[in-house]
Every structure is written in structure tokens, then in C-alpha cells.
Ligand binder design. Sequence first.
Ligand code: SF4
Length: 512
Amino acid sequence: MKKETAAQRIERIKIEKDGLAVLEDIKQYAASNTEIDPEDIDRFKWYGLYTQNKNLQADTDNTLYFMLRIKLEHGSMNTPQMRCISQISREFAQDTADFTTRQDIQLHFIKVVDLPEIFKRLNNVGLSTVFAAGDVPRNVATCPVSGIEEKEIFDTTSLANEINDYLRGNHELVNLPRKYKIGISGCHKHCIGHEIQDLSFTAVKIDGEVLFAVTVGGGLGSNKKIALHLGYIFKEQVLDTVKTITIIYRDYGLRDSRRKARLGHLIDEWGLEKFKAFTEEKLGFAFIEKPIQEYMPYARREHFGIHKSTIVGKSYVGCAVNGGTIGSYGLNNLADILEKYNASTIKVTNTQNFIILDVPHENTEKLAKALLDINIEANPSPFKARTISCTGINFCKFAVSETKYQATWLASYLEQRFPDFDEHVSISLNGCPNSCAHPHVVDIGLMGAKVKDEEGNSVAGFELILGGNLEGEVSNFGFKTAIKILPKYLNRTVERIIEQYINSGQNGLHRF
Ligand code: SF4
């Protein structure tokens, strides 16, 4: 009999038992401590669970460990939630906790036997892991300063809530062709990166009226495409448009190959005009035709520092964390600092950093100073601010190279080498040729690859990608230079690139 393909296997698995139904199996596996069916392990993703690389595991340790992604809607986490995750991390996850590029938080070293207790504790503080991974709608990308930023074009909080209410654990959406990423933003800096979302809504003011630009089919990895502009809609049409396009994707998305299953591939196959006409027919209205607006360059899409909020008496504080790694102690210390200075909530950004939303004006400087003690900076160097890194070899099964320590080391090396450099620069370290930390859209992308050392041995290293940028219609993916770098030469290599850029007198690294 012909062996089934990867796509056939996953499609069969999804039909035989849907991902949401695996919760009962998780409870049974936890209670019985029996060996887990590999096909159930695939379904565990629907609850945010991936099996973990054994890199940090002793040879004698045969435990099956998982990564657990906790979904943070709007990227939001209050102090009781921080303390809850911190405690879970301490008891069950060996103190690990990393912010992700989809505004979630991820723990490692999770054992199945602990999952019922972990899920119960998360549920008690209003958190969930449902649909944090798998072939489902992923966390909706939103601007972390929605509703509190003075220059915002439109506060999309309630629209994002409506979208979340529709998507959250929706049984009708439990079997999409692949992962599916939606974003909505009224941010004047366009910080959510609509260009790489499957479906996105960006507020724009045209002739004094707020409209939403609808873009479709963007993505990285197997679907490396800049999203295409469909047209504009009114805010009242956003939810219907989400529902309609999501169902079109579910029913017509390509399922024969995992590499061709994202929404962008369906649009490629149909052509944009057919996709648009079909969507309009289902919606019962036409997209509004207006010129496409300009967008902020990727490297300048950030909200660091202390800023006055639109809430009277409050400021928001944009903070940088090394490589997104916060850990259990970091979360607890952060909660202590927030409470001490009468703040309550953070929102995680898509660059693995966070914003503190509600600091009384008079406390901002004291709070920023206290954060420095736990290695969190409200006025970060450009290097610490925008150096992001994926999970890497310590926990990810696909990884070739280590990323988290390397990213922190690189940022601090560059800070020392260029103390006065104050331009926006974006750097990304990925452990493999996948694109979890977006190496193709940053100024300097480093992609995990096998490289030759001085003795000719094939060892873990990086391939250099240069010149990526997101900027609406004029976005471009960086080019692969074919330059391979041993980890020990990585800092010096990036240093040389920045030196040459400074000497060139160019304006903007992506134009260099
Ligand atoms: Fe894993 Fe590769 Fe994604 Fe990094 S880029 S998290 S190594 S799959």
C-alpha cells in the first residue's frame, strides 16, 4: 500500500478526532501515565503543546517533555496572571518562560502528568492554551497600545474582542488547512506587521473617515509572501469579513501539501481577482476602492519608552527583555514592581517585548529604574530593543543552532561596541530555515544552518540574510547572502556590517 504523505496523515488525524476532543485524552494520559499515541501527540497542539527537543535532557532522562504555549489575547497579562504563570513555571517548567512573536508566552519541560493541574490554574486566572497551536486560528495580532496611544488612528480593542469571541475554541474552525493568522490594528506605526498576516485589518483615515484596509495571504516560512491589498471596508464590516474569509479558507484552502496549505497559496491558485469577487459575493458587499496608503518601515514600528497615555493620569512604558526570555523569577519580580508602583497590566509585543499599560505619571521614572534591576529596560539600546530570537536548539526539535543566549550576547556586544548608535535596527536569530523569528523581514537576519568549521567539520552556525523590510506595498524580503557564519564569529560579523553601514552614510539599514 502506498505510504500516506505528511498532509494525508494530518488530514486523516484531524478527521478521526478533532483537536479539541484531545483534552479528555490528556486527562486520561495524565491519570494513567501510559504511553501516548503519537497521533494524539499531534492533536496536543490544539492545546498549545509541542514535544520538546532533548538538547538539555540528560541521556538517562527518558521523560517526554513538552513546550506549552499560553495564549494571551491582545498580548495581555495582569499581575495575578503573571504570578500564576510564574508559579506554574517554578513548579512544573524548570523556571522557563519566553515571550513569543505572536504575543503569547511559552513554557518548557512540561510533563503530561502535570497538565490537568496547569490547565486548572490557568483557567482560574482567565487564561487558556486552546488554539495556541495547530491548524487553527492563532492568537489575533493587535497593537499593544490600542486605546491608550494619543496618535492612534482608531481604537480597535472592541473589534478585536469581537474577533476573539468568534474564534475562541470555535468548533467550526477546529480543522483549517493549516495555521491561520489574523491581525487588526489602528496603530499609526502599523506595528502588527499586517504584511505577514493571513488576514489583516489596518485602520486608515481617508477624507476624515476611518476605513480598514483589508490585506490577505501574507506569511513567512512555506508561504513567504507579502499580503495583498483587497480594498477597504467600514468598521461595521470587519467581523463579517473575518467570518467569510475564514470559512472560505476552511472550505477551499489547499490540503494536499503542507507546504501549500496557507491562505496565500489559495489566493495564488485562484488569482486575487477571483478571490476578491468570490469573497464579495459571499459578503454581499463590495470592497471600497481607494489608493493604497503608505506604511511605516518595519524597524520603526515600536513603542519603547515612557509615554503619556490617553487615560488621565497614566503613562505607558514600553520595555525590552533580552531575547524575550523572562522566566519564572522575572515574571514574579515584574508583578512585584507593577504592584509597588500601582500598575496592573502588561501587553506583550510581537518583538518579544512588552508594554506596561497603566503607570501613574508620578511613578514612571521610579518604575523604569526598578525594572533595570531585573534586566528590563524602558530605554533600551537599538540592539536590545529589536533583536529577536526563536526558541532555538535547546527546546525546538527542528533547530540546528542555539539562539536565545546568542541573541543576548550579540545585543550586549553591539551595545558596547556602538554605545552612541541610535538608529532603528532590526536583527533576528533563527535556529533553522523556518521563520519563527521573522529573519526575512529584518535588517540583519541569521538563519540556523550547518556550516564548516576550520577543520572542515559540519557544525551548527548561521546563514546571513540582509536587507529585509516591511513597508506595505514596497516591502521586501531580505536576500540570502550564502555567507555562513560560525557562532563564535557572529558578533564580529554583525559588527562589521554595522560599521560599514555607518561609514556608508546611508539612511536606514534596509536601504544599505
Ligand atoms: Fe524551531 Fe526553526 Fe522555528 Fe526556531 S525557526 S523555533 S528552530 S522551527
